[in-house]
Ligand binder design. Structure first.
Ligand code: PXP
Length: 248
């Protein structure tokens, strides 16, 4: 049986981080998105944070106009973001938890604890034509809640695994990976499409690329960082090569 090709979503948030560091007009995240498309990205991911620390409203307008591949719009489940999403109707929406003081999205969404509100919230986005995914940890309670609130997709948070690998904590990394793969199996049994992302690099992508039920990976910070040294196009092509190699 052949395994379907895993999609690669390239997150261009940190091109905007660099731009905003100097208040300049460059580097332009839309230009990065077009390079990513040409390098084989199957989608572009952008997170409009409440504090607009990287991507801004005008970037989302420009990305919606410029892209040929689908936009995966990451956002907190707030009323403000819902209104923006309903105006743009992006192909995909990934709901993430957001805390102003965090450096990046640190944990998964508490779907189980906010299930009643999320059910209606997700239904409105789904009715508008967007495919909603929930960014969660591999806790079975959260995965089961994701299925109950009517989201067709979950994205599993790979950040802790990547941190353990980077810190040389092999045992903790193996345990975290086992938890993630059990989460993939449970979600698939429940009929959810599974994506994964956060912190992935050339060194950590293989086990997720090799897992047939994971249909999409979303990768940003590492690719933009590599682009500083080798350029964005080759950085993305190398990730694509490693994903395909692991998939075989
Ligand atoms: N997926 C989600 C839901 C995210 O919030 C992020 C970070 O914005 C990513 C993937 C990409 O993470 P990274 O930039 O660490 O590759």
């Amino acid at each position: 049986m052949t395994t379907p090709r895993q999609r690669l979503g390239v997150n261009i948030d940190h091109v905007a981080t660099l731009r905003n560091a100097r208040g300049s007009a460059y580097p332009d995240p839309v230009r990065a998105a077009l390079i990513a498309e040409a390098a084989g990205a199957d989608g572009i991911t952008a997170h409009l944070r409440e504090d607009r620390r990287h991507i801004r409203d005008a970037d989302i307008d420009a990305l919606m106009d410029a892209l040929s591949v689908p936009l995966n719009f990451e956002m907190a489940a707030t009323a403000e973001m819902q209104a923006i999403a309903l105006r743009h109707k992006p192909h995909a929406i990934c709901l993430v938890p957001e805390k102003r003081e965090e450096r990046t999205t640190e944990g998964g969404l508490d779907v189980a604890g906010d299930a009643n509100r999320l059910t209606g919230y997700i239904a409105a986005l789904t009715e508008a034509g967007s495919r909603v995914s929930l960014f969660i940890g591999h806790d079975a309670r959260q995965i089961e809640a994701a299925a109950r609130v009517g989201a067709p997709v979950i994205e599993l948070h790979t950040g802790a695994y990547c941190d353990f690998v980077a810190d040389g904590q092999a045992e903790a990394a193996a345990q975290e990976l086992a938890g993630l793969l059990a989460g993939v199996a449970l979600a698939s049994e429940l009929g959810l499409e599974v994506h994964a992302g956060h912190g992935l690099s050339y060194a950590t992508v293989a086990p997720f690329a090799a897992t047939p039920q994971i249909r999409e990976l979303n990768i940003g910070h590492f690719l933009i960082s590599e682009a500083v040294f080798m350029g964005l196009d080759p950085a993305i092509r190398e990730m694509r090569r490693l994903m395909d190699a692991a998939r075989v």
